[in-house]
Structures are given as C-alpha cells and as structure tokens.
Design a protein around this ligand. Structure first.
Ligand SMILES: Cc1ncc(C[n+]2csc(CCOP(=O)(O)OP(=O)(O)O)c2C)c(N)n1
Length: 305
C-alpha cells in the first residue's frame, strides 16, 4: 500500500529521528522542544537536524516545523512570527524557535541572525554547535576549534588539523545588545533547560549557543557524548554564561555573567586525546591550546565576575 499522510495515523508518523547514535544535536533539540511544548513553531535550515528529522513518513517533529534555506533561519523565524501575530496568536502560547548548526549560524546564517536581532524580532534562536559542517561530511566551519581534523582541515605530517581559532559567536551576538544570550552544553542539561525556560518567558530576540558533540565527526564513542560535553566545560575550553542586554538588565551595553567558574580545570590533554579529531596534535600545540584557554578565562573573569 502506498504511504501517504491519509494512510498513516499521527502515532505512526512520529517514529523518531534518523540521527547517528550518540548525536548531541538531537539531544539539544529534543530537550528544548520538551520545554517549549507542542505549540512551538520551529524552523531548521539544511543541516543534520532537518536531514534526520523530516524523513517522510518518519517525521520526528510533533510541533509545526519547517525547513528553511541554509542562510535564512532567522529571516524565516521573522516571517513565522509575523504570520502568527497576524493570526492573533499570543507569543506566550507559541514560541517561534530556530535550530541551526554552527555552519548555518556562525557562517552562512550570520547576517540573517544579525538582522533579526537588530529588529528585536520576538524569536528564539538555538545554535547547536557540533564544531563542523557534519551533515555534508565533516567540513570546517568558523566554530571548528584549532587543531581539529576535518575533511577540509586534514591532519598530516606538517599540518595538524584546523589552523584557525573558534570564532567567539556568543560575544558577537552579545555585541548587538540582544535582549538575552546564553551558552550551554548538553553535558549540563539542567542548565540548558533552565536557559531555554528563561528565554521562552522573555520577549524580543533571544539566542542560545549549546555545545553538542558529534561522535561521528569528533571520533569518540557513541556513549561518550554527554561525558565529553561535560568535559569540554570542565576543561575550560567551553563555558556556561549568560548575557542580559540593556533592555533586560537596565545597564548600558548589557551584563555578562559566568554560570560556572571552576577553581581548577580538568585536563585539556585528556579531553583532546579521547577524540580522534585531535590525534595529530603534539605537546607544543596542546600547550598553546591551554595557554589560549587561560588567556580567555583571565579576560572573562576580569570583565564578568
Ligand atoms: C546554500 C547552501 N549551501 C550548501 C548546502 C549544503 N549543505 C547542506 S547541510 C550542510 C552542512 C550544515 O552544517 P551545520 O550548519 O554546521 O549543521 P550540521 O550539519 O552540523 O548539523 C551543507 C553545507 C546547502 N544546503 N545550501
């Protein structure tokens, strides 16, 4: 019998998704949608989450959701929000939310995101960061960290993976004086859930940048996702923070806050060594990564604490 929407019941439609085992991105999307509920309207650009979530008849989104052009996540969110407003829907009842990868956010989608923040459109934008263009086979994005091997930053005898540093997306977004921005990690899920709840209950543009490991691209075990997502925070290579813009904090330029300020960091070397993508790094490069971490924390502690 041919499969189409009229021959399939609602229950049969929601079979789950097609993500790789251990996918951190799908964990982030699932947790966020549990907070936002069935009335949320979501938009996803080309990337893993749209590729694995919309395989008819195995659709995994139980809320209204659509795929956007790669560069247009935030612009489509703007349109959805205007449409819901025209229909008389109350923003408190249905969050308009985007889920885009690091490539779709920090590279190709950045100008659309910047425009939405500038207009202060009433939307929530969640970037799940797996540190590369994973859906097309692990190419470097501007959020790929120094030293990571990808198909476009190979590791060989002379060059050991990615030569550039991770772009500071959180601070780029905060520099817009956005209402609310936060960083998070699927390794600290209650913290992420709390931030989604906070963002849900605010109006204007809100942004959450959540670290979401990808075992396929990172070269780690499929049962290590959550542990590695904790480890990256514990090593200080990622951080949990919030920014409240001037509209929320009343302070010109806004206020940054560190949600976790570890007295001691976990071993960077151990974190790097458990992932195949960093296998080629030598001692000096590992020391450089540690030094960059220390410099970043010195600045954050001096300015935000
Ligand atoms: C304009 C355009 N360029 C390139 C592509 C091909 N493409 C589809 S998904 C993807 C990778 C997306 O990477 P990211 O945004 O980091 O999300 P992830 O796949 O890691 O979830 C690319 C390059 C496209 N769909 N549209």
């Amino acid at each position: 019998m041919a499969l189409n929407a009229s021959t399939i019941s609602d229950n049969e439609l929601f079979f789950g998704h097609k993500a790789c085992a251990g996918c951190g991105g799908s964990l982030a999307v699932r947790a966020a949608l549990k907070v936002l509920g069935p009335n949320a309207v979501s938009a996803l650009p080309a990337g893993c989450m749209s590729a694995v979530g919309f395989n008819f008849p195995q659709l995994s989104f139980a809320n209204n959701s659509m795929i956007t052009p790669f560069a247009a996540t935030a612009a489509v969110l703007t349109g959805i929000e205007a449409g819901l407003r025209a229909q008389g829907k109350k923003p408190d009842d249905c969050t308009v939310v985007g889920f885009a990868g690091d490539g779709g956010t920090a590279d190709i989608g950045l100008q659309a995101l910047s425009g939405a923040i500038d207009r202060n459109d009433d939307v929530l934008y969640i970037c799940y960061d797996n540190e590369a263009y994973m859906n097309t086979g692990i190419q470097k994005s501007s959020l790929t960290p120094f030293g990571a091997k990808t198909t476009t930053t190979p590791a060989g005898q002379h060059v050991h993976g990615c030569l550039t540093n991770k772009k500071n997306l959180f601070q780029i977004v905060a520099a817009h004086d956005i209402v609310y921005a936060a960083t998070a990690s699927v390794g600290y899920l209650p913290d992420f859930v709390r931030k989604v709840e906070r963002a849900r209950d605010m109006r204007g543009t809100r942004f959450i940048h959540v670290m979401a490991p990808c075992p396929t691209g990172w070269g780690c075990g499929v049962d290590e996702t959550v542990d590695i997502a904790r480890d990256i925070v514990d090593t200080g290579l990622w951080y949990l923070a919030e920014f409240e813009g001037s509209a929320l904090s009343g302070v010109p330029g806004g206020v940054f806050k560190l949600d976790r300020n570890p007295k001691e960091f976990a071993s960077v070397e151990a974190y790097l060594k458990r992932q195949g993508r960093f296998r080629a790094l030598d001692e000096q490069e590992i020391a450089e990564i540690e030094a960059a971490r220390d410099a970043a924390w010195e600045t954050m502690r001096a300015r935000w604490c």
